[in-house]
Design a protein around this ligand. Structure first.
Ligand SMILES: C=C(O[C@@H]1C=C(C(=O)O)C=C[C@H]1O)C(=O)O
Length: 368
């Protein structure tokens, strides 16, 4: 047996043992499901997961393997949550748009096992989560080029029962999609959303394509599939090609290679978001008194306690002319705990005129 065969034989043995252990773990998770069904407790328990990760990572003797084991266990718990949600019937996720839209792609990467529900507007996504038709809503929050999605921020402000449960960044890559048999040589016209056309204008000009604007990228792809004409192509995502049976004629044609959209997952809060400190971000919404230095006093407290402010956004208060609210996102420092976060919040409560903890979450990546 050569080295590869030997190693694979060992991996097969380990996998067989892990398959049995996986089933055993999931049987225990099924008991947790029964408990959560009876008590109505949320599936996700941030404090428990942080403790599980720390306790078990410390058991790994090879230090170089620790971060990999942490990621492995973190994935195992994410699968455990997906299983629990499915068993509890709490696995519906809402998004705005049509299949293949960027929100839909973000949803699929975040919740690969979820039941999906499409909404026409961002407000409808909030309604679905608010009234329990969906457990989660996936919404765009900010784009690295186009900036804030202010309407979504205002909807967060006006829905006090809703929290940000997760946040993730999705790189936006536009591809040229055509029907089977189409090539770069057969294409004459390219259709897409104006923004996608603008992002890909250098490529489009180089090839001398005519352009035509469309309501959104996913619909453009659907239209190209329906036309079944090799002279018409769409600019959309690779995922959209799969949905509508199109081929990728050219990948990554947008010139703005660092274009990234930050998405949030919203959830109806059963309780205040659980703060665990290190590794988390806190999202705060607050208003400040009309006195000199009030905003600075709040920000000073954040800095003085070692929390790094990642962003601050200011928006007009809904229905109160020329008054403003602030959204602040901060990173919990290394070594910080839930108690340290609570102390910061208590201090801010005395400095701000209103304060709401909108979320305590980790910033996920949608890229594997
Ligand atoms: C199993 C549970 O549910 C979730 C999944 C966990 C796991 O798989 O270990 C841990 C905490 C929860 O986020 C639990 O609450 O114990």
């Amino acid at each position: 047996m050569d080295l590869l065969q030997q190693a694979r034989a060992e991996i097969d043995t380990v996998d067989a043992e892990m398959a049995a252990l996986f089933e055993r773990r999931m049987r225990a998770v099924a008991d947790v499901v029964r408990y959560k069904a009876e008590t109505g407790k949320p599936v996700f328990d941030a404090a428990r997961e942080a403790a599980v990760l720390d306790k078990n990572t410390a058991r790994i003797t090879d230090e170089a393997l620790r971060p990999y084991y942490r990621a492995f266990l973190s994935d195992a718990m994410s699968i455990s949550r997906a299983y629990q949600r499915a068993r509890l019937g709490r696995d519906t996720a809402a998004y705005q748009g049509v299949p293949g839209a960027w929100s839909h792609i973000a949803l699929r990467r975040l919740f690969p096992f979820a039941r999906e529900t499409a909404c026409t507007t961002w407000g409808e996504v909030f309604d679905a989560v608010q009234n329990g038709d969906a457990q989660f809503g996936v919404l765009p929050f900010e784009n690295s080029n186009a900036g804030d999605v202010s309407t979504v921020l205002d909807l967060l402000y006006t829905h006090p029962d809703i929290i940000i449960a997760r946040m993730c960044d999705l790189p936006i890559r536009q591809d040229l999609l055509g029907v089977p048999g189409a090539t770069l040589e057969t294409v004459r016209t390219v259709i897409s959303h104006p923004q996608a056309l603008a992002q890909s204008s250098v490529f489009v000009q180089q090839h001398g394509f005519k352009t035509s604007t469309w309501g959104n990228t996913a619909d453009a792809a659907r239209h190209v599939a329906e036309l079944n004409d090799p002279s018409v192509a769409a600019i959309a995502s690779a995922e959209t090609a799969g949905l509508y049976g199109l081929q990728i004629l050219s990948a990554g044609i947008n010139a703005d290679g660092d274009n990234t959209t930050r998405f949030i997952v919203i959830e109806r809060a059963a309780a205040a978001p659980a703060m665990t400190g290190e590794g988390q971000r806190l999202a705060l919404l607050f208003t400040a008194r009309h006195k000199p230095g009030q905003l600075a006093a709040a920000l000073d407290q954040i800095g003085a306690r070692g929390f790094n402010m990642e962003c601050i956004k200011s928006r007009p208060l809904p229905h109160v002319p020329f008054e403003y609210y602030f959204y602040v996102q901060i990173v919990c420092p290394a070594g910080s705990t839930g108690a340290g976060c609570q102390t910061l919040l208590d201090t801010l409560t005395s400095v701000c005129s209103t304060l709401r903890l909108l979320g305590a979450f980790t910033l996920d990546s949608t890229e594997k």
